[in-house]
Write a protein that binds this ligand. Structure first.
Ligand SMILES: Cc1ncc(COP(=O)(O)O)c(C=O)c1O
Length: 418
């Protein structure tokens, strides 16, 4: 039999960076206990958080009726009405945002939410192609294949600020950032996956003004940020207004298995997303909402984010960076991106003599799984050497495994950089 796929089918069902990443991750998790998993975006097993989730599941079981409701009913496609009310209260109380339940829509995970958003905003509209602009590349690999039509993304190369101690930081290059009338939205993750970058308040302010001036939304992906899980190691003020679309996920709190996230936006967007969710998925999974619901009324989520999650990841980041500097300093021409949040180190191997894809394969043979950097540079309209010189290294796993992995990475790259 010949299976002929549509163009859209071939695009979505073909190989992609995110599919390769999830596949390798899944394979290694199930069949290769020797593999050092420095590649995926799984949150760490944080004991304080695991204890909370176990407690909540036990409470649900003990309550009986709440569990029956969660398991036995479809919610409306935009999420459980009570959850949306509690979530709006939670944001008003903890972030000072002027939001109502109509601004909240529950989604089956941030990944799906972005697919819906890009489908709504990017592509052909009245005979014109509309694009999503990423103001600072590299950006999250998971966005890369998400639009139904081709060429719906453009990305802007950042400025690279090199600091002492082999540290560098990407900055938005406002001289290159040009919002033409085909730009439908500006989008960034912050803290950024893969770099751990947190843009400054000035950069964020300038982006908001630019978007407002052009009458387009600014999409801010807070998968690692505020109000939770708070894996952000520098000052950050959570902001939202009707011109922004903010994505918040339960995943990095330690609940990726519940596939639950929230979009906070103008009701024109939340209604559109809920309607689309009805078509694609009927409804969301209920368990994540049921687990979180009573916690939204108190301060526990915020205090755990500040006092458990943030210090946990920040410590892991510092430890991992110290290992790499110790092994590479004076032996390789490299930079580490300033680690300001999320779960990753972003290693730049200057003048790397092989591609980042080859380096990925070499490391995989040595039982270290990372993500080669080139996948994160989608949307650029011209080649950039830098995109072949970087690796994303996850530090959320056990310290011993991270250390072993980093030592192997250092061993492999010494001699490959100049
Ligand atoms: C920046 C960013 N956005 C969105 C997602 C999607 O997360 P989820 O679908 O689990 O909410 C991820 C997952 O790693 C991410 O890193």
């Amino acid at each position: 039999m010949i299976h002929t796929f549509t163009d859209i089918g071939a695009k979505l069902a073909g190989p992609s960076g995110i599919q390769e990443l999830m596949e390798d991750l899944g394979q290694a998790l199930t069949s290769d206990p020797q593999m050092r998993m420095l590649g995926g975006g799984n949150p760490a097993a944080v004991p304080g958080m695991q204890a909370l989730w176990r407690r909540r599941v036990q409470e649900l079981v003990a309550e009986g009726a709440a569990l029956d409701r969660a398991l036995g009913n479809y919610d409306p496609p935009g999420g459980n009405p009570q959850f949306r009310e509690l979530f709006a209260d939670f944001l008003r109380r903890n972030c000072g945002w002027d939001v109502a339940p109509k601004n909240i829509v529950v989604m089956p995970g941030g990944q799906s939410a972005f697919f819906y958003l890009y489908t709504i905003l990017a592509g052909n509209s009245a005979g014109k192609k509309r694009r999503v602009l990423f103001p600072i590349t590299p950006e999250y690999i998971g966005y890369a294949n998400q639009t139904l039509e081709r060429d719906c993304f453009s990305a802007v190369r950042p400025r690279i600020d090199e600091c002492e101690g082999n540290i560098f930081k990407y900055r938005i290059d406002f001289d290159r950032l040009c919002i033409t009338d085909d730009v439908a939205a500006v989008c960034l993750s912050c803290p950024t996956n893969p770099t751990g970058n947190v843009i400054s308040a000035d950069e964020l302010g300038a982006l908001r003004r630019l978007c407002a001036h052009h009458g387009i939304p600014l999409i801010l992906d807070q998968a690692y940020g505020m109000p939770f899980p708070g894996a952000i190691y520098v000052d950050w003020q959570p902001v939202w207004d009707q011109d922004m679309i903010v994505s918040i996920s339960l995943s990095k709190l330690g609940l990726p298995g519940t596939r639950t996230s929230v979009i906070v936006a103008h009701e024109r967007i939340t209604i559109a997303l809920a309607n689309m969710n009805a078509v694609v998925a009927l409804a969301n999974g209920n368990l994540g909402q049921a687990i979180l619901k009573p916690l939204l009324a108190g301060d526990e989520l915020i205090s755990l984010s500040q006092n458990v999650i943030r210090p946990f990841y920040e410590q892991k980041s510092r430890t991992a960076a110290a290992v790499l500097h110790d092994k590479l300093n004076g032996r390789a021409d490299y930079g580490l991106h300033a680690s300001e949040g999320a779960f990753f180190l972003w290693l730049w191997l200057k003048n790397l003599r092989i591609t980042s894809a080859d380096l990925y394969q070499r490391l995989k043979r040595r039982k270290v799984l990372v993500v080669p950097g080139h996948y994160f540079f989608f949307g650029l309209d011209e080649p950039w050497d830098h995109s072949q010189q970087c690796l994303r290294i996850t530090y959320s796993q056990d310290d011993r495994i991270v250390r072993e992995g980093l030592e192997i990475i250092a061993d492999e790259v010494i001699g490959l950089t100049t």
